[in-house]
Design a protein around this ligand. Structure first.
Ligand code: AR6
Length: 203
């Protein structure tokens, strides 16, 4: 059985050549700033149209935190956008919200795998406008995806974290190494050099 590779790049998620990109959306699904703004700007009006339709058909009250739904990707290089809603960071409700953040990753992977995606790109959900501290966001993101690989998302080849800026990249890289994901990579069947393009793939 192949292990789903977990890779890191520093860059812009809208430029990724993957089957599915994950959007850090809000409950309205009607767009916003950050990654959400970039995805809608670059992907064009088709994505918003799909989001409106989803709101009308399934999510009259909006998509709750921790859930994920897919739309087309418009003019992005990807085939699908998986919209997930991260929780706002709030110390008083840490446990509940950390679980919602983990759920964003699990649900997004499930939705992407159900669509038949083999490669999925994630941003650091909740680590921008929603205020989640980067180190903790990285721990939850990578820990959840690493654990999910023994579950229903086995068929995924690659889960790529696309980090915006050096600070985000460094936070994820530290955690990635702490979880041994770098070792896994260099022992993998793909025989790419450790320290090769993707690992250091800052753009
Ligand atoms: N590619 C990759 N990562 C990016 C990009 C990009 N093009 N742009 C920003 N980031 P955020 P949230 C990083 O704020 O915290 C929106 O208004 C960013 O530096 O996009 O989940 C939504 O509509 C940060 O590390 O998402 C919601 O209202 C990470 O992506 C709200 O923001 C997430 O930052 C969601 O807030």
């Amino acid at each position: 059985m192949t292990v789903t590779r977990i890779t890191l790049v520093e860059g812009d998620i809208t430029e990724q050549q993957v089957d599915a990109v994950v959007n850090a959306a809000n409950s309205s699904l009607l767009g916003g700033g950050g990654v959400d703004g970039a995805i809608h700007r670059k992907g064009g009006p088709q994505i918003l149209e799909d989001c409106r339709r989803l709101r009308a058909s399934h999510y009259g009250k909006g998509l709750p935190a921790g859930r994920a739904v897919a739309t087309t990707a418009g003019r992005l290089p990807a085939r699908w956008v998986v919209h997930t809603v991260g929780p706002v960071h709030l110390v008083e409700e840490y446990d509940k919200r950390a679980e919602q953040l983990a759920s964003c990753y699990r649900e997004s992977l499930r939705v992407a795998a159900e669509l038949g995606a083999r490669t999925v790109a994630f941003p650091a959900v909740s680590a921008g406008v929603y205020g989640w501290p980067l180190e903790d966001a990285a721990r939850i993101a990578l820990g959840t995806v690493a654990a999910a690989r023994s579950g229903p998302v086995r068929e995924l080849e690659e889960v790529r974290f696309v980090l915006f800026g050096a600070a985000a990249y460094r936070a994820f890289e530290r955690e990635w190494r702490a979880l041994g994901l770098d070792e896994e990579r260099s022992q993998g069947q793909e025989s790419e050099e450790p320290g090769g393009q993707e690992q250091e793939g800052r753009s």
